[in-house]
Design a protein around this ligand. Sequence first.
Ligand SMILES: Cc1ncc(C[n+]2csc(CCOP(=O)(O)OP(=O)(O)O)c2C)c(N)n1
Length: 531
Amino acid sequence: MATVRETTYELLRALGLTTVFGNPGSTEQPFLQDFPADFRYVHALQEASAVAMADGYAQATGRPAHVNLHTAPGTGNGMGNLVTAWHNRTPLIVTAGQQSREMLLLEPRLANRAPTELPQPYVKWSHEPVRAQDIPAAVMRAYATAAQPPTGPVFLSLPLDDWGQPADPPPQVRTVATRFGPDPRRLREFAAVLAASHSPVLVFGAAVDRAAAWPVAVAVAERLAAPVWSAPAPERAAFPEQHPHYRGVLPYAIAPLAGKLRGHDTVLVVGAPVFRYYPHIPGAHLPDGTRLLHVTDDPDEAARAPVGDSLLGDAGLTLAALLDLLPAADRPAPEPRPAAAPPKPAGSPDADALFAALAACWPTDGVLVQESPSNLAALRRRLPVVRPASYFTMASGGLGYGLPAAVGIALAERDTGRGRPVIAVIGDGSFHYSVQALWTAACLRLPVVVLVPVNQQYAILKSFAELKHTPDVPGLDLPGLDITAIARGYGCATRVVGAPDELPDALADALRADGPTVLPAPISTEVPRIL
Ligand SMILES: Cc1ncc(C[n+]2csc(CCOP(=O)(O)OP(=O)(O)O)c2C)c(N)n1
């Protein structure tokens, strides 16, 4: 008779979940024992890295991924990046070991006291099966829950003595829809409002990229002759940023954002929250007389929008259906933005010059992973994203995502045969949150390039302190961290980029390498403004 373990592996195989990201502990060993030869364990050294690697892998493959954590402490370590996976809408099946059922009443060492509560509220479903025999069907339900819109992480707590138990007959391997179309009548109302507008503006968010909908987003923008903004603080790029209609990323504060929408009678937001704000700069959410239409596949996101009328639907399906209903606008297309001025020669190299150099030697099909908070505006100004699925960052604001996510994305690039080069730009503060992902990249011989602008401080927090008039906050400087030594310790090649003109050579070498390369690049300590 098959065991629960055998039946579960059979199901994971059928679901295409043969890669397990994790870091093992005693409570996971009965699951991982006799690990099947057709499965692959990606050892992440620490759970924060495991979760973000799985997130990057899931996003880049476009399929759910499985991450296995160590009972309560491992779930705790993974929690920051679970928050991020929730906001990123990444379908993750998170499993964690649990102590033996027979001892749970007395709470032995490494028991998870309230396993279904611990990952809340950042999972769509959290469950510990009532019987060992329920594990395979619970995995099937977890998969279906994670994969359906709005996609996101789910959590299963699995007691270690369950795996050897005799199994029930295997659950049916089911499929579920991963996108849904809009209500036709409400869609017609939206189309009528847009068609009657004199000056509509479009705001596209990450869900447009997740739906592989760049071409239809461009077609809608051109049909309406409307300018296009990126939604604030986007985790993915939704529109070709060299397109003449493209205006840039909206500011992530209430009053300045509304200011950018002035002069438009209708705003159509597709695939993003209304809106993702950060510093509180109060004001009206919209200019006077401006109407907002919102398309999202998440009823909760629709419900919490402070203004506008919402329509539920997949970003790509809804844009395609809108395109069918929209007449061509009878007005000239928006003028292209003026090109960014060349970087000013500075005393010591600054981020702007570094990213201008990066843009000049950027590989055509490169994938950018970004966690460089204070230098983000300079990076996005110098390095427009011009191809789909080639820009990734965290939607949450929590650091420690970018570096391991880049490793997961690079693994997906290799597995899918696309082989696009992955270049991560990671601040010298952010670098340390999940730094052990470098070791996984080295073990897997993934040629990830990690460019680290070294300003020896938490610069964005200094600019936030200035904006909010909170002087003398401790803990904002980072002297004496040796990025080169740390990278070497984890098995990476490294080369200091002393000046921007050294970057092309360093990058070319790194892209040819058969493992990760860390490129620390000292930059000036001048603090950019937050808005
Ligand atoms: C998990 C987590 N801890 C703390 C913070 C607060 N925080 C936001 S930005 C930042 C500093 C980032 O420093 P660095 O990566 O060097 O970038 P810089 O601001 O210097 O460009 C910190 C600590 C956070 N966002 N997430």
